[in-house]
Design a protein around this ligand. Structure first.
Ligand code: SAH
Length: 354
């Protein structure tokens, strides 16, 4: 059965060596296989032509490589954004999106099957959490899309320049797996993506932020803020009832003090909820003194949710007000408008069709 197979993608070179030693293989095999998996992005053991045939057969029978495949690919005809529906072990689906920027391609991947954070505006939260993704399944998303790009599946052979953990799930709710994923993704003998090219977004799990600070990874931490006072934030983000804004902002200040890495705050603009001039004022006051950047995201409406985005003039007005108040702020460019059901919607549709 597939779920009993050992996923070699989630193993460090040292663990791979120990695993292969058990099979009676010489020490150098681990380096060869790690190189095939994380450097050449092999999708099958058949490709590993410098391994002895019987070993390849044995690995094929007892092991897997991430267990993630691309089930569906939707490409935007407007800007080349690609949305991926990935299939994982056990018939689960998650989502990713490849966005094309002037400075390169960035791939957004999922960290969990579903999510238990229950944010009121988010499609990924509908249906709750099914399970955590393993490190191999997170790498599997990156490598499947990297292979897709390299094979010209998206017109121009191309590569992934950065990875963002902003798809389905709450990465800090799957802390250990996410850390292992990051360490394998950036391993110099493997894919070797610098963690400077990785962003991790959290809804504000304070304990997780503090644990992440101790890791001192050079990644960019994004905080989904979305409101400026506890009453409003708890209404749309239940996590705030456990970790209030004062605790969250203190954890952010400590994160910066420890890592020296500027935090990026995300603020999703929801019409009538958090987009008034008074909200802009309160937001500027909240961020005052933080070494940070603010990213405004006009809400993607989700059919099951009763929220709307402000009109373009409202969005512009909110941004201008913040600029006048001295906040470093950008507006997230909308990509893939013709394909981008808000994150989590593709998976919902796939599940409905099961
Ligand atoms: N759980 C993490 C990462 C996943 S969501 C987090 O909360 O940060 C990635 C970002 O998309 C978050 O800022 C999230 O609040 C935002 N988001 C979720 N649903 C959205 C929607 N319908 N429109 C716009 N942004 C949304």
């Amino acid at each position: 059965m597939t779920d009993q197979k050992t996923d070699l993608l989630g193993l460090t070179p040292e663990e791979l060596a120990a695993f292969l030693k058990e099979l009676g293989e010489p020490g150098y095999r681990a380096g060869q296989i790690f190189g095939w998996l994380h450097g050449k992005l092999a999708a099958s053991f058949d490709e590993m032509h410098n391994l002895p045939g019987p070993l390849r057969v044995r690995l094929q029978e007892t092991c897997e490589i991430g267990g993630v495949s691309i089930e569906k690919r939707l490409a935007s005809s407007i800007d080349g954004t690609v949305k991926y529906l990935y299939g994982a072990t056990g018939g689960d689906f998650v989502e990713g999106a490849l966005m094309r920027h002037r400075h390169g391609n960035s791939l957004c991947i999922s960290s969990q099957v579903g999510c238990r954070m229950a944010c009121a505006f988010c499609a990924s939260a509908l249906g709750g959490l099914s399970r955590n993704l393993t490190p191999g399944e997170m790498l599997g998303q990156v490598y499947a899309s990297a292979r897709d790009l390299a094979s010209g599946g998206t017109e121009i052979p191309d590569k992934i320049g950065s990875v963002v953990l902003m798809g389905i799930g709450e990465p800090l709710d799957n802390f250990e797996n996410v850390c292992r994923f990051l360490e394998l993704l950036s391993h110099p003998e493997g894919f070797g993506l610098s963690l400077r090219r990785v962003s991790l977004s959290t809804c504000g799990l304070v304990d997780g932020i503090r644990k992440l600070a101790k890791k001192n990874y050079p990644l960019t931490l994004s905080i989904s803020l979305h409101a400026t006072n506890d009453e409003a934030r708890s209404r749309i983000m239940p996590v705030n009832r456990k970790h209030n804004l004062a605790d969250l902002m203190a954890a952010c200040r400590d994160y910066f003090a420890k890592t020296g890495r500027r935090i990026s705050f995300e603020y999703c603009l929801i019409c009538g909820e958090n987009d008034s001039p008074a909200d802009a004022q309160a937001l500027a006051a909240l961020l005052k003194g933080q070494n940070c950047h603010l990213n405004l995201i006009p809400l993607n409406s989700v059919s099951e949710r009763d929220f709307a985005r402000p009109d373009p003039a409202g969005v512009r007005g909110f941004q201008t007000k913040l600029e006048q108040l001295g906040v470093s702020v950008t507006l997230r460019r909308e990509l893939g408008a013709d394909i981008a059901a808000a994150c989590g919607q593709l998976r919902r549709r796939a599940n409905d069709n099961k």
